[in-house]
Design a protein around this ligand. Structure first.
Ligand SMILES: O=C(O)CCC(=O)C(=O)O
Length: 271
């Protein structure tokens, strides 16, 4: 278990309100600065398991594959912050890395997560945990404040090879004055609503930029399995009285996802 920041806390009523208004919170302390090395070690030990022909940004479901990753997502302080937004009963359904090596040119286009996700109601909260310091020089994630209150924006498909995702909202639709860069120190998190416009530019610095995203949703959320047959949940807090979705096994060891969408049973033999 990595050293927790002495500044870790619960959300204030003001912050909860701010999340509703702005669609995000940022700079929330989780791990102490002493945990920097542990976060780097975690990234190196998990990412080095991938063969060179697999782009880590195109793998997903790490919480179903890797016990180390799963345990990171069960850090009580992280779950406290999520509980303050979602209430006592919620599950995790996603977990992945968003990596930008120095000058690798990769871009996350402006998008709303809900555009990609066949989940209803649209209530997911994403935790973005900085494994390394992230700022404007190394392409921290940017958000458009309050855009989650403006409904769905028009997305178009863009298959550019340096795009991490293929659904893009054109820049004319983005209110430039509302763009905020979510600068984080390693060990801090941001939280964002699944309707919030966000994305990130290329990393033109000499520093790695990498975040772990953890997707959580209240237990009443249901996935359309005809669109996402692999969708499975792991209860993170409370009880699941709805039982709307298939359940994923909890990892018992270290396996490695090699694609975007995988079932937990695919990892069992590698643990
Ligand atoms: O890390 C990024 O730049 C984007 C992450 C993202 O799109 C997400 O967390 O939903």
């Amino acid at each position: 278990m990595f050293k927790i920041s002495t500044k870790a806390r619960r959300l204030t009523e003001e912050e909860k309100l701010k999340y509703k208004e702005d669609g995000y919170l940022t700079g929330l302390p989780v791990f102490d600065t002493q945990a920097k090395e542990d976060l780097n070690d975690l990234f190196v030990s998990l990412s080095s398991r991938l063969s060179n022909d697999i782009d880590i940004n195109q793998t997903n479901m790490w919480h179903k594959a890797s016990l180390k990753f799963y345990n990171l997502c069960r850090t009580p302080v992280i779950l406290d912050y999520v509980e303050d937004l979602l209430g006592p009963n919620f599950f995790q359904w996603g977990g992945q890395f968003f990596l930008k090596e120095p000058k690798d040119g990769s871009i996350v286009p402006w998008h709303q997560d809900a555009q990609y996700w066949p989940l209803s109601p649209s209530k997911s909260v994403t935790v973005w945990l900085a494994l390394y310091d992230a700022d404007e020089q190394n392409a921290a994630m940017k958000v458009v404040k309050g855009s989650h209150n403006e409904g769905m924006f028009k997305h178009h498909t863009n298959k550019a090879s340096n795009f991490v995702l293929d659904q893009e909202v054109s820049t004319e639709q983005i209110k430039q004055e509302d763009i905020v860069s979510l600068n984080l120190k390693a060990g801090e998190i941001s939280l964002h609503d699944d309707g919030l416009l966000h994305g990130s530019e290329a990393n033109n610095s000499n520093r790695r930029r990498c975040g772990v995203t953890m997707r959580f949703a209240p237990v009443n959320v249901k996935a359309d399995l005809s669109v996402w047959p692999h969708f499975e949940t792991q209860l993170a807090r409370g009880i699941d009285s709805f039982k709307n979705n298939p359940i994923a096994e909890i990892p018992r060891g270290e396996a490695t996802p090699v694609r975007k969408f995988q079932y937990s049973k695919e990892f069992v033999n590698d643990w």
